[in-house]
Design a protein around this ligand. Sequence first.
Ligand code: ZN
Length: 508
Amino acid sequence: MRVAALEALTDPADAPAAAPGGVDALTVGRRIRHHRRARGLTLAELGAVVGAAQSALSQVENGKREPRLSLIAAVAAALDVELTDLLDPAPPPSRRTALEIELDRAQRSPLVRELGLPAVRAGRSLPLDALESLAALHRELARRHDAANATPEEARRANTQLRTLMRAVDNHLPELEALAEDVVRSAGYRGGALTHRTVTRIADDLGFTLLHVEDLPHSTRTVTDLANGRIYLPPASIPGGHGLRSLALQAIAHRVLGHERPQSYADFLRQRLEINYFAAACLMPRSASVEFLSAAKAGKDIAVEDFRDAFGVTHEAAGHRLTNLLTAELGIPVHFLRVGEDGALYRGYENDGVPFVQDATGAIEGQPVCRRWTARTVFDVTDRTTENYQYTDTPAGTFWCSSQTGSTREGGFSITVGVPYAHAKWFRGRDTRVRARSSCPDAACCRRPPADLAAHWAGRSWPSARLHAQTLAPLPSGTFPGVDDHEVYAFLAAHAPAPGTSPDGRPD
Ligand SMILES: [Zn+2]
C-alpha cells in the first residue's frame, strides 16, 4: 500500500508497479512465469489461451506492466492454479525464482543504475551459481551503501522532510485511517477501547499467532517469523513505553502495508511512521474517536485525559492521536510535544505556528524547549494527578496548552497538547489563570544564565556533557536498520516450531 502524502519521499519512477491487492507486479509476474514454465507452456501459447499478446505477457512477467485482475484470473484458470497463488505476496516457490526477482530488483535500484553497469538478464540461461553470486554481491553493495550513507545529517534531513510532509497534510493520512478502521471492524470492534482479544483476532485473520517470549533479541521490539506465521512480542508491557497491543499492531502493520526491506533511512522512517500511525488508528479508530471528540467539542470539554481513558491508551498516544484528528476532522490547529526533564524536545508536531527551536538543518528533536512553556513549567507542579493548563504569550501569538507528566527509567517527561488562543474555548482548562510570557528563540528569554551567576562561575566550573539519547544514530549495518541480524536469526532458529506442528506449537 502506498500512502499518497508520503510518495515524495521516494522517487515514484523507482517504485515497482503495483498489482491488485497491493502485491508488487514483479512478484505476480514471476509467479506467473514459474507456473507457466512448470506447465511447459511458452509465452505465445499462454498468450493465445488468455487472449493477450506475447509481448504484453512478457512485460507482465518482468514486472514492467501492471496486470489487470481479469488477466491474472484468466492466467490462473489457464495454468490451473488458484488466483491467490498468483497474488501471494510471499516469496515465490523456488529458490531460483526468488533470486531472479532479487537480482532484477537490485539492478533496477537507483544505486546500481548510477554505476552504469550493463544489466544481466536473470533468465534461464544464467547458471544458478552465477545468479546466487550476483544476488549476494548486490545485497552486500546495498548494505555497504546504506552503512556509508546514513550519516546523522542524512538522518536528520530525512526526518525533517517527513515532518514537513506530514505538516502539509495536517498529520492526517486518510488511506491508513480507512485501512485501520476496516481491519478492526472486520475483527469485531464495535467501539471504546480495542481489547487485547480483538488484537489477537486481527493477527489471526492475517494468519499470525502472537507469542510472548522472554528472550527477544536486544536490538528488536518485535520479530515476525513470516515462514511460520508468528509474531514474537515481549512478555509484558514496557512501563512508559509501547503497550503490547500497540507493539503487536505495529508488527502486523508491516505485513498489512506490504513493507519491504527499507532502501534508505528515509524509507525506514516512513515505514516507522506508517506502522505507528496504523497502530494508533486501530487503538483509536477514526469513527469512534471523531464521535467522542465531537461530543466533547460540543460540550466545550475536550480533554486529553478523557480521550486517553475512553480508549485505554497512554497519555502520549492519546495526545499524539489528537494531532491526526483535531485539524482534519474538527477544524482545530494543534501542537504536540514530548519533552524530557532535561528540557529537550523528544518528539514534536505543530500546524498552529507555535515557535519550536530548530537547528541549522531544520530539525527540532533534541532542541531546547523554552523554560516558560507549559511543557517545562509542569515539572515544577507538585499536583501531577491531573493535567496542568497554561496560557503562554510567544512572539507567534498566545497559545493555550495542557501538560501531563510521566516517568520512565530514563527519567521524567511531559506530554503537551496545545492550541492557539482562539481555539482554547473548546477545551477543559480554558479558564486557567496561569499565564506566562516567552520570547524564545531569543536567547535572552531563558537560555542565557543570570549575569551574577555567570560572573561567578564562568572559568570556575567544568561540566562533562552527556550524549543526548534522542540524537539520531547512523543506520547500523545489519540487514534491517538498527538490528543485529545474527542475533535475530539465531533467535528465530531457536524458536521455530518443529516440523509438523501448528504455529502456536501444538501438534497439527
Ligand atoms: Zn524561553
